[in-house]
Design a protein around this ligand. Structure first.
Ligand code: ADP
Ligand code: MG
Length: 720
């Protein structure tokens, strides 16, 4: 009998096992059985050829419409040309070599599976080096015993290992598979009406009907969700079991003074989230919380209030930003918001005032020494810096709280590095802020080790941003209009950003996407605008490779209105706040991701005047690229946009595309459609880990968890 851990070699023979390992990285019975069909062809239904993508390795179920044999032109031998069809569109295939053997099987009118790489030649789609499996042999007997019912599994395949060969291997393995004890507790299976693993593996590979397939998929999705959520539950458990510096609220402290001076009332969301955080900070175990909210939703105020509670408790807070520009800007705006409350040691400071210290890599030795001293002595209640602040051996007098701005550049490992930074072996409280709203399922899977809070409403008085796609391939004249609009904004006394995907000082690279032209560069576009459409305006250039003090100087000049137009890379993506900037032009907008575009445009419309965002692109109408831009154009609701993004990014369910659902990864689970399942799995995982943190009494589950972790580790090793 066969079990999941068995090597394929002993079952399928060395040749086949080697082929599976080489083509698809499948080594054990478990690997093969977790190599799920990509989709199922229904007997009698042909594959939609229009859905094929050029360059993919595809498997199509098609009918032979025409077969022509002829002598090859330049060399001796025969050529068999085939036209196969889905009833509407056609694909060309050509066979050389043992043509007579092929000819006997490939009869006009017959159907079968054809696999190969999709290419295009003179506007016609072709299958290169096709492999095939006809449904009937020359005598008309069925050749498809691998398939029980009407559903034919189509596997992610590779050249030399076509879908039907995989199906044959799977059948061989399933025929001898032993029914082992299910790794998932019976009570959980019963509660959710899930079939056991043995049935699920049969059901997904050789479904009797759609219902059996559905039951199998449901169960196997649970495996994926549960393993992941158990890992997160264990992480959360070990994180919160550590001691943390408790920072209870202090009546009459800095926070109360600050609240009394706030020029606005907090939104409902800010108050509510603030309450949760205040409570967490008072606790003796560390907070690990993600705060998500649109650009401008007022996260910084929430973070600052939390920092003040920590300072009131006699400890320090650190604010980490992804870049030096942002760190400097954060320090400035914190000082501004705090006013005399943030000027400890200076003349005219309030009595309870604290100090805010900026610490970056580009400071002079003297400044840096002073900043390090302030952090170590505790003179600085708030220390602002880049992420390097944590990796460096900066010492704090008593670090109680770390705020990390912008999650997507701050990984799990970096969060781990924070854990030991508190005084006396404590773990500081951590608040991660992201301006990229993420759907609940993504929060639960990608940031599953954090609790999440969201700010959904915007503070009153925000101006709307209108976004327009400028398709310069179809409407070349619109580009002039773009620069006119920028000039008009400047004439009205406003300012504008022009964003490009590339700096332009890199050495010329070869490769980089073949014949696709390189993305537009800040330096090139600046030169063109200066010489032409924006001649006479005060242009500034900002990008990541400028020295930090120069960056800072340019940002200051722009903020002070000494520049009309700032040409920049995505360094301005986050945090930059210049209310007088009303327009943004994004060149080659298609080279940016949806959430990045959304972030970028959040830089305008921050004052009392509506913002304008123009997305310039050469992408053609009807492409998925244009669809993404249209999504950005259609809504400024970041949560809605993150959903759309998720939808658009899902690979089409094209038959047999060569995406060999590698290693770990979520193969069946959809972050879009399986929200309920993921939430349930999270709740169950939480319960299980609360009662059995090490999963000592749940050997099956522990095995599932370590399989995922091993895969991740293997993937990591592959990469490095
Ligand atoms: P985020 O960090 O989420 O992008 P900020 O905290 O920087 O947002 O807030 C954006 C702007 O809105 C700031 O100028 C801030 O002072 C202001 N703001 C924050 N909260 C409120 C509020 N409740 N009412 C009015 N304005 C607010
Ligand atoms: Mg901010």
């Amino acid at each position: 009998m066969t079990v999941l851990g068995d090597k394929l070699t002993s079952l399928l023979g060395r040749k086949t096992a080697t082929a599976l390992a080489g083509a698809l990285d499948l080594h054990t019975v478990g690997d093969l059985l977790r190599h799920y069909p990509r989709r199922y062809a229904e007997r009698g239904e042909l594959t939609d050829i229009a859905g094929l993508e050029i360059g993919e390795h595809a498997t199509v179920l098609a009918r032979i419409e025409k077969a022509t044999k002829r002598q090859m032109r330049n060399k001796p031998g025969w050529l068999l040309e085939l036209v196969i069809t889905d009833g509407q569109r056609r694909l060309q295939c050509a066979f050389f070599g043992k043509v007579h053997q092929h000819e006997r099987q490939l009869r006009v009118g017959k159907t079968g599976l054809f696999a190969g790489k999709v290419t295009a030649f003179r506007n016609e789609l072709q299958l290169a080096n096709p492999e095939y499996q006809m449904f009937e042999d020359e005598q008309g007997a069925s050749t498809m015993d691998e398939f029980l019912g009407a559903l034919i599994p189509v596997y992610p395949a590779a050249a030399g290992m076509p879908s039907w060969s995989i199906a044959r291997c799977v059948r061989q393995v399933l025929d001898t598979l032993e029914r082992e004890e299910d790794p998932v507790p019976a009570a959980l299976l019963a509660r959710y009406g899930l079939v056991d693993l043995f049935d699920a593996l049969h059901g997904i590979h050789r479904p009797q009907d759609w219902a059996a397939l559905e039951a199998a998929r449901e169960r196997l999705k649970w495996d994926e969700a549960l393993a992941l959520q158990l890992i997160f539950a264990q992480r959360r458990h070990s994180a919160v079991s550590r001691p943390a510096p408790a920072c209870p609220r202090k009546p009459g402290g800095l926070l109360e003074s600050f609240d009394g001076r706030l020029p606005f009332t907090l939104t409902e969301g800010q108050r509510e989230v603030g309450e949760h955080i205040a409570e967490d900070l008072s606790g003796v175990h560390p907070m690990n919380r993600l705060l998500q909210g649109e650009v401008g939703s007022g996260k910084t105020v929430v973070a600052l209030r939390a920092m003040l509670q920590v300072v009131d408790a006699g400890r320090q807070a650190a604010l980490l930003a992804p870049t030096e520009v942002l760190a400097a800007q954060h320090a400035r705006s914190l000082r501004e918001m705090l006013g005399e409350l943030g000027r400890a040691g200076e003349l005219g400071a309030a009595e309870q005032a604290t100090g805010i210290t900026l610490l970056t890599g580009s400071m002079t030795a003297k400044e840096r020494k002073q900043a390090l001293l302030d952090a170590a002595s505790g003179a600085a209640g708030i220390v602002v810096g880049t992420h390097a602040l944590i990796q460096d051996s900066v010492s704090f007098a008593d670090l109680g709280f770390v705020v990390v701005d912008e999650q997507h550049r701050f990984g799990v490992e970096q969060r781990d590095a924070l854990r030991s930074r508190g005084a006396n072996e404590t773990s500081p409280h951590v608040l991660v802020m992201t301006a990229t709203p993420i759907p609940r399922t993504v929060a639960m899977t990608v940031y599953g080790d954090l609790e999440t809070s969201s700010l959904r409403e915007m503070p009153a008085g925000r101006s709307p941003i209108s976004t327009t796609v400028v398709p310069v391939t179809e409407k070349p004249s619109w580009l002039n209009r773009v620069w006119q609009r920028v000039a008009e904004e400047v004439a009205k006394g406003h300012q504008a950003y022009v964003v490009c995907p590339r700096i332009g000082d890199e050495p010329p690279s070869n490769g980089n996407g073949g014949d696709k032209r390189p993305p537009l560069a800040v330096l090139d576009v600046a030169a063109e605008l200066e010489a032409g459409p924006l001649a006479g305006l005060r242009l500034g250039i900002l990008h990541g490779r400028l020295p930090a003090d120069e960056k800072d100087e340019i940002m200051r000049a722009f903020a002070a209105g000494k520049l009309d137009v700032l040409l920049a890379t995505t360094v301005i993506e986050v945090g930059v706040n210049v209310p007088n900037a009303t327009a943004m032009v994004i060149m080659d907008a298609d080279r940016f991701g949806v959430s990045q575009l959304h972030q970028l445009r959040g830089r305008v419309g921050r004052g009392s005047v509506p913002g304008l965002c123009l997305l310039v692109t050469e992408a053609f109408d009807g492409t998925s690229t244009r669809e993404r831009l249209a999504a950005v154009e259609s809504t400024t609701d970041g949560f809605e946009l993150s959903r759309l993004d998720l939808e658009l990014r899902r690979e089409g369910d094209i038959l047999g595309s060569a995406q060999s659902g590698k290693r770990s990864g979520l193969k069946l689970l959809s972050l879009l459609r399986d929200e309920e399942l993921i939430a349930e799995a999270r709740a169950r995982a939480q319960e299980i880990v609360a009662g059995d943190p090490g999963l000592a009494g749940h050997a099956g589950l522990a095995g599932m968890v370590s399989a995922v972790i091993d895969d991740e580790r293997a993937e990591y090793l592959d990469k490095s």
